[in-house]
Design a binder for this molecule. Structure first.
Ligand code: PLP
Length: 390
């Protein structure tokens, strides 16, 4: 057994991945080009969605997805408090206001019951959200069918933040097929399931949203005469018809993405195998392993345990530091977004979303990634066993 520190997550880069990037470096195209299109087609086909738009991060993907959904000043976006800040910040980028829906105590995803209650209340007050972003926490899909039913009833747009969930399934269909949403967003940050270094993607079945996303990715510029308001000045002519950005993904990144896609199933199967191995090894410890809804097959971006601190007789922090001091680089996903100073300044406060806050008081993310060896995982298990006192 090695005694090197074990991170909570890391990329898996093989020889073929490296060769794919080198090939693009020797080609004519470095920025967005034919390999980007291939990456988009590969992911769209894998997921069973009509369109995909590759961008430079999931944060950018969430931003243009919100804009394409028409989110703007005076509008409201709801998401889960148990997520990375980007799922909420995208609403603020658009000038909308942001609110949260508390989490389900078993899946740690946005609670459909809380969502339904909050919608009924918001409807009476005339404060319904325009966009709701369910986050497939740790790789496990939210109850999308139920959320889509509510979207229909209350008229909001659903954008799935599936940053953790590429390769996961919901009701035996791939996450990302957008069957129950307008758009789905993936992240290709190195700790996620597959990586492009930095990168993200928006998937959709709507050709209208697709065109809009493509334009927003690149400065709001079009070369489609049908969309132009002025007379063409010549073959060089293009028009900027809205305010867009430079959110393009390079072909260097896309080459890595195409190559990683070939290993996606292998990655997710490995994560699933390691997760089951944790489940079996931790069963007698004073903690709760991740609960899986029978409708879902998780991509297992994260393996989160909840500590029974009363039985352990140590604080959350003591367990966390005990593991870290022995080279088990555990993490905590997530600090509830609404208690971040920036969000407190917007009026949120401790106690607003009690389930997410309860979760934050005893959750720990254990190391889990495709390249984690069983020997290293055993070291995590044995160290955890000694720290929680069994
Ligand atoms: C990682 C992550 C993001 C942001 O992804 P980037 O590609 O780093 O911008 C957004 N939402 C969630 C839930 C994430 O985990």
């Amino acid at each position: 057994m090695s005694s090197l520190p074990i991170p909570y997550g890391r990329q898996s880069i093989g020889v073929a991945d490296i060769q794919a990037v080198v090939d693009v470096l020797k080609s004519d195209w470095l920025t967005q080009g034919p390999t980007g299109e291939r990456f988009e087609r590969t992911v769209a086909d894998y997921c069973g969605a009509a369109h995909a738009v590759a961008v430079n991060s999931a944060t950018s993907a969430l931003h243009i997805a919100c804009l394409a959904a028409g989110l703007g000043p005076g509008d409201i976006l709801w998401t889960s408090p148990n997520t990375f800040v980007a799922s909420a910040n995208c609403g603020l980028y658009c000038g909308a206001s942001v609110d949260f829906v508390d989490i389900d105590p078993r899946t740690y995803n946005m609670s459909v019951e809380r969502l339904e209650e909050k919608l009924a209340c918001a409807s009476r007050q005339g404060l319904l959200p325009k966009v709701v972003i369910p986050v497939h926490f740790a790789g496990q899909s939210c109850d999308m069918k139920a959320i889509a039913r509510l979207a229909e009833r209350y008229g909001f747009t659903v954008i799935e933040d599936a940053s953790h969930a590429i390769g996961g399934r919901y009701k035996n269909e791939p996450v990302g097929n957008c069957r129950h949403s307008a758009m789905t967003v993936f992240s290709f940050h190195p700790v996620k399931i597959i990586t492009t270094g930095e990168g993200g993607m928006v998937l959709t079945n709507s050709s209208e949203l697709h065109e809009n996303l493509v334009r927003l990715r690149s400065h709001g510029i079009t070369r489609d005469p049908a969309l132009m308001t002025g007379e063409s000045h010549g073959p060089w002519y293009y028009e900027q018809i809205e305010l867009g950005f430079n959110y393009r993904m390079t072909d260097i990144q896309a080459a890595l993405g195409v190559s990683q896609m070939a290993r996606l199933s292998e990655f997710v199967e490995r994560r699933d195998h390691l997760a089951k191995r944790y489940d079996a090894a931790l069963i007698d410890l004073p903690l709760t392993c991740p609960w899986q809804h029978p409708d879902t097959y998780s991509a297992f971006h994260l393996y989160v345990i909840r500590l029974d601190l009363g039985r352990i007789g140590k604080s959350h922090r003591e367990v966390f530091e005990g593991l870290r001091s022995q080279g088990i680089l555990v993490n905590l996903h997530y600090i509830p977004v609404h208690i971040q100073p920036y969000y407190r300044a917007l009026g949120f406060t401790g106690g607003d979303f009690p389930e997410a806050e309860r979760y934050y008081r005893d959750a720990i993310t254990l190391p889990l990634y495709a390249g984690l060896s069983e020997a290293d995982q055993t070291r995590v298990i044995e160290t955890l066993r000694s720290v929680v006192g069994k």
